[in-house]
Design a binder for this molecule. Structure first.
Ligand code: FMN
Length: 269
């Protein structure tokens, strides 16, 4: 029996794991780092993707590349059949031009409805899933026939888009209206089979709910409650977070060089 979902688990910013870390310092200066390094005593498993069983490779990669953001993609076919499905091989590509990527695997006989619909040029929306509608979103991964719209079974609400024919998900606090930018067939070099279609979408409009925004106009993770994807049907919620500023060479150069010199001096003695 699993424990009940913890509705009280909230997100907060904490200190970083080792706020006293200095340039060049190895991980064994903290207990956490020492324990992590000790894990290596169990050795390594080395995997050659060329010879690994494809299912095992899928399981390994989808459980190792985590947590993944999830695109909840709404599309509409030539004939007006609406489709809604989650995709976690998804990310932001750049903000200039605002571009996202989604990757859809192809079946042996047919592409996914999402891929076909996006090809038809009616645009699509990418909606971010928040915890309160995890079940409603997950059900949309059902492998229903082509002419079945997942909207009805999901219990979610269609909201007309401004720029594209596909609706957006009203319950999503962050939705992007997208147009197809480029589709790339991912072809297995050995079998020559186009196993997957990489879809690049140009973001034409973003809808974001005011109640998840900070005063600075960014999305507040404490309020957004985004779902992430793990391996083996797993989902993740946000645990606590911490901020680490990106070091700038201009201000840090002196400290970096001093720390590295100190390290070299210690080694030499
Ligand atoms: C959380 C989650 C993430 C998923 N990510 C992907 C993905 O990145 N690529 C993919 O091809 N299928 C993915 N799937 C499976 C699709 O959602 C599923 O095949 C769906 O039926 C496709 O719908 P469609 O044929 O209506 O487009 C995912 C399923 C779930 C539940």
């Amino acid at each position: 029996m699993l424990p009940l979902y913890n509705h009280d688990a909230g997100f907060k910013f904490t200190e970083s794991p080792n706020p006293h870390w200095k340039y060049g310092e190895s991980i064994d200066v903290t207990l956490l780092g020492q324990e992590w390094a000790e894990g290596e005593q169990k050795g390594w498993k080395h995997v050659d993707p060329a010879t690994e069983n494809p299912t095992a490779l899928y399981q390994l990669m989808t459980s190792g590349i985590v947590p993944r953001p999830i695109a909840f993609v709404s599309t509409i076919s030539h004939d007006g059949v609406e489709n809604l499905a989650p995709f976690s091989w998804f990310n932001m590509v750049t903000h200039d031009p605002p571009t996202i990527s989604i990757s859809c695997s192809n079946g042996p006989e047919r592409m996914k409805d999402t891929t076909n619909n996006i090809k038809s040029g009616n645009g699509f929306t990418v909606n971010i899933i928040s915890v309160p509608f995890a079940e409603q979103a997950n059900v949309c991964s059902i492998n229903a026939p082509d002419n079945f719209s997942e909207w009805a079974v999901s219990g979610l609400t269609k909201e007309p888009s401004l720029h594209v024919k596909a609706a957006r998900v009203k319950e999503s606090a962050f939705s992007m209206e997208c147009e197809l930018f480029q589709m790339v067939d991912i072809v297995n070099p050995v079998t020559q089979i186009a196993t997957t279609t990489l879809i690049l979408g140009l973001v034409k409009h973003i809808h974001v709910r005011n109640d998840v925004l900070t005063e600075r106009g960014t999305v507040d993770p404490t309020k957004f409650k985004p779902l992430g994807r793990l391996g083996a049907n797993g989902y993740s919620t946000l645990g606590d977070g911490f901020r680490l500023p990106r070091p700038a060479w201009k201000t840090e150069q002196k400290d970096v060089e001093e720390a590295l010199k100190e390290k070299a001096d210690v080694k030499a003695t």
